[in-house]
Design a protein around this ligand. Structure first.
Ligand SMILES: [Zn+2]
Length: 284
């Protein structure tokens, strides 16, 4: 019975100097392997779902499976709805009883981002649901401009105003990170991370955590970042291991056997992220 709130889980991580992977799941297996990794590593984890995947699985179904695994776990596991780009999607997450939702107004002009985040936060908080927001804009890793143009990065003074006015519980920041595959190795702006950590008291979130080199992830944790979204690399782990399995002709057609064969490497992948994000080897 260890379903916990994202807010509480991240407060604990921040206090004890470790980072938490937020694993983007897409089906039963991806939820199961992530939960098993947390259990084996004996560390907290966040399971999250991108609402754009609802064409494959409705929000409520993924929420229910994730919550069931979290409740059975002996370690703290939180469940979160990723990137709601408008009010309707965020509210559909509340309707599907996600205990935490992200509202991402980062592509909007500043005042509109404040207004959208505040609107979602008022509804969510009235229902006891946590809210992650985004300021600065985390773009896509295949666009070099998104990774390097500091005009898109999070401004510390604006972040203070934003958090005060919206009541967001955690903040996704743009510091040289980006979504999906990176066109070149990211170089995080650690001075900016440290400054944001200094001026804000809520947990900081790294989107685009896939393929950021281990030493930079560890350094971001030491600068005080808490939540690290992992989507691209997790899907790649499924793909690569499935491909290897079926490269063996004798496995042809054995789809269930393939799912079983994915289990160990996918669990080990998540455990490796838990480990990298815990540079000082904190133990629960
Ligand atoms: Zn994101």
């Amino acid at each position: 019975m260890s379903l916990v709130k994202v807010k509480d889980l991240l407060a604990h991580a921040q206090e004890h100097g470790y980072g938490v992977p937020a694993i983007n799941v897409f089906d039963y297996n991806s939820i199961k392997f992530a939960a098993m990794a947390a259990e084996e590593a004996k560390m907290p984890l966040i399971i999250q779902y991108f609402p754009g995947f609802d064409v494959h699985a409705p929000l409520i179904d993924i929420r229910n499976i994730a919550v069931a695994f979290a409740r059975r776990a002996t370690v703290p596991i939180a469940v979160h709805l990723d990137h709601s780009k408008n009010f309707e999607i965020a509210v559909s997450g509340l309707g599907a009883r996600f205990p935490s939702v992200m509202v991402d107004g980062s592509a909007l002009p500043y005042e509109e981002n404040v207004a959208l985040t505040l609107e979602v936060a008022r509804c969510a908080h009235a229902m006891g649901v946590d809210v992650e927001a985004e300021l600065g804009h985390v773009g896509v890793g295949m666009n070099l401009e998104d990774m390097t143009n500091t005009d898109h990065f999070t401004d510390p003074d604006q972040a203070v105003d934003f958090v005060k006015r919206t009541g967001a519980d955690s903040l996704a920041i743009a510091v040289g990170n980006a979504h999906g595959n990176y066109i070149r190795t990211p170089e995080l702006d650690f001075d900016r991370i440290c400054k944001l950590r200094e001026v804000l008291d809520i947990p900081l979130v790294m989107h685009g955590g896939s393929d950021i080199p281990d030493d930079q992830l560890a350094r971001a944790v030491r600068c005080g970042m808490s939540k690290f979204n992992i989507a691209t690399e997790y899907q790649r782990a499924f793909y690569n291991n499935m491909k290897d399995f079926f490269a063996d002709e004798s496995n042809s057609g054995a789809y269930f056997k393939a799912l079983r064969a994915l289990e160990r490497p996918c669990i080990d992948f998540v455990k490796s992220k838990i480990d990298i994000l815990n540079p000082d080897h904190y133990q629960l």
